[in-house]
Design a protein around this ligand. Structure first.
Ligand SMILES: [Zn+2]
Length: 153
């Protein structure tokens, strides 16, 4: 993994921790990881959006105006061939930031991950575990479609 990618994952965990009043380490322990800040989102009004856990399974949407956090399944939608927009979908739960317990957060993240896990596929070429938004059909990912077969999406 690239060093700047690691650094940005650490930054994301720290940012999430700051918003929740947790340390970055507790954040990873409670919610899983790694996390990344994502700005390509369906709800573009709020920039505090994070995608994380295995194969982009869980989304965290912070609404700082209303002091809430929505935890749910991360799902990518292709707005056009180049733009993958992320959304937070069912199962999802919204919590008040001030009263969110670590147990509630952990349960919600687990539920989102469990839901996404059912739709994950392994690309037969690169062996990566990926969500539907990364797959070009049931067997290969978009990346391998381009590199192995020269397909242009
Ligand atoms: Zn692949």
């Amino acid at each position: 993994m690239f060093e700047d990618e690691l650094a940005s994952q650490e930054e994301a965990a720290e940012r999430i921790g700051n918003l929740l009043g947790w340390s970055a380490r507790d954040t990873i322990e409670i919610l899983g990881g790694p996390w990344r800040a994502e700005s390509d989102i369906v709800d573009s009004v709020n920039p505090e959006f994070f995608v994380g856990r295995a194969a982009d399974s869980v989304a965290l949407l912070f609404d700082l105006e209303n002091r809430t956090l929505t935890i749910g399944k991360a799902v990518g939608h292709w707005a056009n061939v180049h733009n993958l927009l992320w959304d937070v979908e069912e199962p999802r739960q919204t919590f008040e930031l001030e009263s969110l317990s670590t147990w509630e957060a952990s349960e919600a993240a687990d539920a989102a991950f469990a839901s996404k896990r059912r739709s994950l596929r392994i690309c037969r070429y690169c062996g990566e575990l990926l969500g539907r938004e990364r797959m070009a059909g049931g067997q290969q990912c978009y990346g391998c479609g381009t590199h192995v077969f020269g397909a242009v999406y």
